[in-house]
Write a protein that binds this ligand. Structure first.
Ligand code: MF3
Ligand code: CO
Length: 247
C-alpha cells in the first residue's frame, strides 16, 4: 500500500533529506585516491551523528556500516572495508539518515581523479537517467513511466539497467511501497498521487545487467566485471511536478 504523506510529514522528511544532501556533498569534497572505503564510511557516520541524525543503514537487517561504498564493478551495497581508492576508480556512496521519525536516502557516484572515457560517460549518463526519469513526473503519472524513461536513456547510450534492485517509497520506513524499477513500459503501473515520496535511483551498467551477490550477502557485483554507477534522490510527487529533497 502506498502511503501518501501529509505536509507535516513532508516537512520532517525534508530535514532528514537535508542531512543526506549535505553529507553527500561533504563526502564528495573529501573522497580521493589513497582513502579506504572504510574511511569514507567513517566520514558518513561522523557527519550524520554531528547533524543530530542516525545512520539508518547501520544495523539494517544486520548491515554493518552507515553507508554503502561501491567501487567500479560493485554496483550497490558495497560494505566499507580496507579497499583503497585509486586514481581512475568510480565510487558510489549511498546513505540514509533518520531524523524526526523519518528517513532520507540518496546516492552519488564520484570520480577518483581522472577516469576513463567510458567510466566518465557512465557516471554522467547515470545522473542524466535520474533527471530523465523525473521528466514530466507529477500527480497522475503512471509509476512505470519513470523506469521507461530511465531505461530508454541508458540504452540509447549503450548501457544497461540493473533489474534486480529498484527504487522505493520512503517515510517512517526506509523502504516503503511502491518499488520503483528502472525499466518498464510507458503508460503502465499505478497512477501516482500527490505527496507520494519516492527514492528514484538509477543503477546503470557499462555492460550486461546481470549481478551476483557475494558471500557476505550484500555486495552486488556486475557478473561481467565491468563498471556500474548509481545516482539517487528522494523526491515528492506534487500536483504540478516534483520536489527533490536531497539536492
Ligand atoms: N540506501 C539503500 C537504498 O537505496 C539501502 C541500502 S541497504 C542498507 O535502498 F542495508 F545498507 F541499508
Ligand atoms: Co534507496
Amino acid at each position: 500500500m502506498i502511503r501518501v504523506k501529509s505536509e507535516d510529514e513532508i516537512a520532517a522528511l525534508r530535514e532528514a533529506c537535508a542531512v543526506v544532501r549535505d553529507c553527500l556533498k561533504f563526502v564528495g569534497e573529501r573522497v580521493c585516491a589513497g582513502m579506504t572505503t572504510k574511511e569514507v564510511d567513517t566520514l558518513v557516520y561522523d557527519f550524520i551523528k554531528a547533524s543530530g541524525a542516525e545512520p539508518s543503514c547501520l544495523g539494517y537487517y544486520g548491515y554493518p556500516a552507515s553507508a554503502c561504498v561501491s567501487v567500479n564493478e560493485v554496483v550497490v551495497h558495497g560494505i566499507p572495508d580496507g579497499r583503497v581508492l585509486k586514481e581512475g576508480d568510480i565510487v558510489s556512496v549511498d546513505l540514509c539518515a533518520y531524523k524526526n521519525g523519518f528517513h532520507g536516502d540518496g546516492a552519488r557516484t564520484f570520480r577518483i581523479g581522472t577516469v576513463s572515457e567510458t567510466r566518465d560517460k557512465l557516471v554522467r549518463v547515470t545522473e542524466e537517467c535520474f533527471f530523465k526519469g523525473i521528466e514530466g513526473l507529477k500527480a497522475g503519472t503512471p509509476l512505470y513511466d519513470i523506469g521507461y524513461r530511465v531505461q530508454r536513456h541508458a540504452e540509447e547510450n549503450g548501457f544497461s539497467v540493473i533489474r534486480s534492485y529498484t527504487g522505493h517509497g520512503i517515510g517512517r520506513e526506509m523502504h516503503e511501497d511502491p518499488s520503483v524499477p528502472n525499466f518498464g513500459r510507458k503508460g503502465t503501473g499505478v497512477r501516482l498521487r500527490a505527496n507520494t515520496v519516492l527514492c528514484i535511483e538509477p543503477m546503470i551498467a557499462e555492460g550486461d545487467y546481470r549481478v551476483d551477490v557475494r558471500e557476505d550477502g550484500w555486495t552486488a557485483v556486475m557478473h561481467d566485471g565491468k563498471s556500474a554507477a548509481h545516482y539517487e534522490n528522494t523526491v515528492v510527487v506534487r500536483e504540478d511536478g516534483v520536489e527533490i529533497l536531497t539536492l
